[in-house]
Design a protein around this ligand. Sequence first.
Ligand code: NAP
Length: 360
Amino acid sequence: MNETALTVHQTARPQGFPTAEDFAFVESSLPTTAVGGALVRNLYWSVDPYHREMMDDVPGGFALHAPLEGRTIGQVVASRTPGLAEGEIVFHRQGWRTHSVVTPEEIRRLPRFEGVPLTAYLSVLGGTGLTAYVGLTRIAQLREGDDMFVSAAAGGVGTATGRFARLLGAGRLVGSAGSTAKADHLTRQVGYDAAFDYHDGPVGDLLRTAAPDGIDVFVDNVGGEQLAAAVGALREFGRIVRVGTISQYNTPDAPPPRFDYADLVEKSLRMEGFLVRNYRDVQEELYEFAVPHLQSGRLALDETIVDGFEGIVDAFLGMLRGLNTGKIIVRDTTETDSPTTVAPQRRSTTKVYRHRQPAD
Ligand code: NAP
C-alpha cells in the first residue's frame, strides 16, 4: 500500500492571532494497528475556537510537535478487534490527522437517521448543536415568547441557537455578526428578526436599535463589549448564558468588559456559564428534538465545508477571523465513492471551497 498519513502538529505558541507558521504537516507511513485496535481513515474534522485556547501553554493544552486532538468522523479500513468492523463509521477525538488507530473504547458509534448527512454529527447534532440546545433549555430555561440576543450569531453555535430558539417558541430574535453580509444572512436565511454588524458602532447603541424594548435572554459566544451591552438591554429576571469568550482568545491582554454590576441586582439577572462536556446526557434528547425537524426540512444545516485535509489549518485560522457561516467542517476528498456522499438535505449556508482559497 503506497498510501501515507498526514498529521498536523503545533510547532510554536502564538502571541495573539496564530498563523500557518505555528503548524506543520508531518507525513509518515500509515500507522500500524496492534491487536485490539483498528485503523480509521478520517473523513470529516471539526475545527473549533477551543483549539485556539489549547494552543497556549495551559494545563491540558496542545503539546508542541505532537498530533492535535479534535472531533473527527472516520471509517474503519482495517481491524484487529472484533469490536470494530471494517467499513464502520465512527466518531473519535484524535483530530487533525488523516488516519487514526483507535480501540473500541475510544470511539462512539453514530446513530444513522434517514436523510441526515454525516456532517450533521459535527454541526447541529454534534457538540455545536448540543451547546446551543443546552444553553437554551438548561441554562436560559427559555420560555415561549422570550426575546433574545445572540452574539456570534452567524457561527456554528449562533446559527443553531437561532434555529432552535425559533422552534422552541422564542419571541424576537436579534443577532450580531462580523459583517453586513452575515447580518443579512441571519435575517434572510436563519430566522433572526434583526441583526447587526458589531463593527458598525457602539454595540450598546446597535442593540438598542435592534431590540428597543429590551431582551429576556442573552446567549453570549463573544464576551467583551457585547456582554456589557446585553446587561444594559436585559429586562427584569433576564438570563445571560455564557457560552464562550472568543473576543478574548487572541487578545488576552484586552481589558475585561465594564458593565453596571448593580444591574444584576436591580433587574434580578442571572448569569451562568457552562461546558457542554458536562451535559453529554442531553445528547439523546437533542436527537429526539432536532432529527424530526431536520427530516421534515423545518431545520436546515448551517455549515461551511472546506474541501481537503490540507486545508485544515487554513480552515481553523479562517474561522478565528470569521470566514465561516455556520459550523466549519473539513472534508476528506481523496475518494469519490466514500460514505461522505449524502442524501439531499436542506442546507442554508453550505459553501464548499478549496483550501487556500479565501472564502467569500
Ligand atoms: P463559530 O461561532 O462558528 O466561529 C467563531 C466566530 O467567532 C467567527 O466566525 C467570528 O464571527 C466570531 N469572532 C471571532 N473573533 C471575534 C471577536 N473578536 N468578536 C466577536 N466575534 C468574533 O464558533 P463556534 O464553534 O460556534 O463557537 C462559538 C463560541 O462558543 C466560542 O466562543 C466557543 O469557544 C464557544 N463554545 C463553547 C462551548 C461550551 O461548552 N461552553 C462549546 C462550543 C463552543 P464574526 O464574523 O461574527 O466575527
